[in-house]
Design a protein around this ligand. Sequence first.
Ligand code: ZN
Length: 432
Amino acid sequence: MADLIGLSSKYIDEGSKEAPVAFNRINGELSEVADGIAMIEAFSHVVLFKSADGLVLFDTSLESFGGQVVKAMRGWTDDPVRAIAYTHGHVDHVGGAGAIVQEAADRRRTRPQVIGHENVAPRFHRYHLTNGYNAAINMRQFGGAGRSMIKLGDTERFGPKAWIEPDTEFSDRMGFAAGDLRFELRHARGETDDHLWAWLPSRKAVVVGDFLTWVFPNAGNPQKVQRYPLDWAAALHEMAALEPELLLPAHGLPIAGRTRIAGVLDDIAGALESLCKQTLELMNSGARLDQIVHTVRLPNEILEKPYLRPVYDEPEFVVRNIWRQFGGWYDGNPSHLKPAEDARVAKEVAQLAGGVDALAIRARELSQAGDHRLACHLAEMAALAEPDSKNAHAARAEVYEKRMASELSLMSRGIYGQAARTSREKAERNEP
Ligand SMILES: [Zn+2]
């Protein structure tokens, strides 16, 4: 067992330059966090409570971690699982449920009750509609290495073989008791529209799911459905108002101590609120999305906190999500309303520049000078104007490789990395 509270106290109180894997450990091990409360560190974690009436679990991790979760749980206690609560319906939180339910069946024990918000089941149905899309974007988001490490499904299928839907649903609030433990479940929108968090008055503990993940909030995600940064911040304030002494997240480390928890919750809520405030002010003044994206900023000292580093999602993407939530898809640039095909624009510009090779040369120059944003535009145009040009693809590969190396967030790195790989293959293919 690890001293997870000791680790988080040190990182929060002293700051840390360590890589994010120090905070988000994925080892499948169970550690006791307080008397009768444990956490299995996986992707996502599983938070476990012992009660006289059996175990109560929050989240189940991925399907590929299910076996390990059961093993780790049984190394701690042989108590039956009384209930599983999904903090939300993301595949890394619900995928392991199958293994836990199966273990109960194998041992002829009562099937655990499965609790979730009423939007969990509709989410599962949406995944069926967008199976191919989800498999493709997760391949991009998590890259080749990530996919094999965390297994979000396989190339054909997104998610677990069988989705276990909640048998107990609620819309706003729900009380739940197991033995002597009483949980207050509350719904709030944040990373998803089906999210819950829980308050245990007797232990002064909050179970927060993905409302706190030890990375900058996944509130912008370029390839996924709407997130809710303002509701997210409100939920964090609601948690703080309860003055919790113990905070149990689904990713990253548990946190103990009223003041420490209050400070962390306030920092995260403040960052999200600042992005919302700045974006909405500019929207209300009639600014275009382009201006807003290049104006809104958060201070560096906030982004350097060990629990707010933009290594997964990033503030710029959150700005776009705020625009999408409160505005429409039109970005304020009239040429984007009913545009010409990208390839036609690219051909026109290439011709004006004196050919695709001129675009490729300039793209490389800009990239070497560190202007990756502009370099990407020109390299993309070169490849679009002449899709069979090896030179255009060589430039595009180089520009996106450098771009990827310059970016912090997994979401950016995934997308640029895939673009680079595609062009590298085309630039280096052998044909007569
Ligand atoms: Zn998660």
